[in-house]
Design a protein around this ligand. Sequence first.
Ligand SMILES: C[S@@+](CC[C@H](N)C(=O)[O-])C[C@H]1O[C@@H](n2cnc3c(N)ncnc32)[C@H](O)[C@@H]1O
Ligand code: SF4
Length: 346
Amino acid sequence: MKKQVDLRSLTIKELEELVVELSEKRFRGKQIFEWIYKGIEDIEEMTNISKKFRNKLKEVSYLKNMDILKVLKSKNDGNRKYLFLLKDGNVIESVLMRYKYGNSVCVSTQVGCKMGCSFCASTIDGMVRNLTAGEIIGQILSISKDIGEKISNVVLMGSGEPLDNYDEVLKFLEIINHPSGLNISMRNITLSTCGIVPKILDLAERKLQLTLAISLHAPNDEIRNKIMPINKVYNMDKLLKACKKYIKITNRRITFEYSLIKGVNDKIEHAFELSRRLKGMLCHVNLIPLNEIKEKNYTTSNQDRVIEFQKILKEKGINATIRREIGSDIDAACGQLRKNYIDKIK
Ligand SMILES: C[S@@+](CC[C@H](N)C(=O)[O-])C[C@H]1O[C@@H](n2cnc3c(N)ncnc32)[C@H](O)[C@@H]1O
Ligand code: SF4
């Protein structure tokens, strides 16, 4: 029997091709696309399509591609953390963040991650597989259905390295941006990467209006090599050169993420060194107090140091903000909820 296709993984063009293959009129493809992004989870609900064709569609495809396993609701801020069960038994997590300007979902792009950053829970058990575009979209659709509200912003900052799953991530972006679907503006999307230089350069050429965030977390190669193994492949010179090129081509400001780890990358001299490296770039530094994970004995910098670090960057002309902690009562460290769940069933 032929493998069923995940309708959430298809662009309008691919849906049109599918319906034509099933001897239906091309315009049915767009109708199906619109149904998917109205948030239905059952092909039966596509009421402007004949029963006969719905049955045919059900034979070759499916719509719902994940189930909610667990929802953790923060008592502090209305944010939620979701654990999803995929069709093949893998488990992934996503986060809903509620802001004044709308709802934002932080999606995972891989099951686990192979990049090995020393402070990150997502990578402890390695990478199992890439997620499909439909599985990345499924996280947004499932959360939107669960809360009965629209999602206006998306950040690719859950488990996984988006640029290591480049084709599916590009497809995901194309689908959620489509006006007949979720219509999420590129300007409301942030893609975060540990720094895969060739893909950053490729992305630049596509001139998408999204925000590129770079997980920098160090002012020099010595520290970055220790905490982010990708730096041994693309060192800071190569990475920052690619960032400058990205800015030149897209004219978009880059965000540098910098998690402050006590005694590792949070010294006063590091703030000065970082400001020298970033001088003159159209950029913004997001200082993030480290989310401590039980598997590592890193600790987060104290509040005074975070503020001092920011002050130095600002004095040196580097735009810097401190990210507020999100749902610290709901296991906020990325990958931690999934890891705890897997450890429990093991
Ligand atoms: C989980 S990653 C996913 C996206 C991509 N792989 C990356 O590294 O940018 C999203 C962000 O979370 C950060 N992060 C991971 N573990 C963290 C922790 N324990 N505390 C604070 N930030 C963390 C990463 O460095 C990155 O900036
Ligand atoms: S920080 Fe990003 S790249 Fe590094 S291990 Fe975690 S998910 Fe992977």
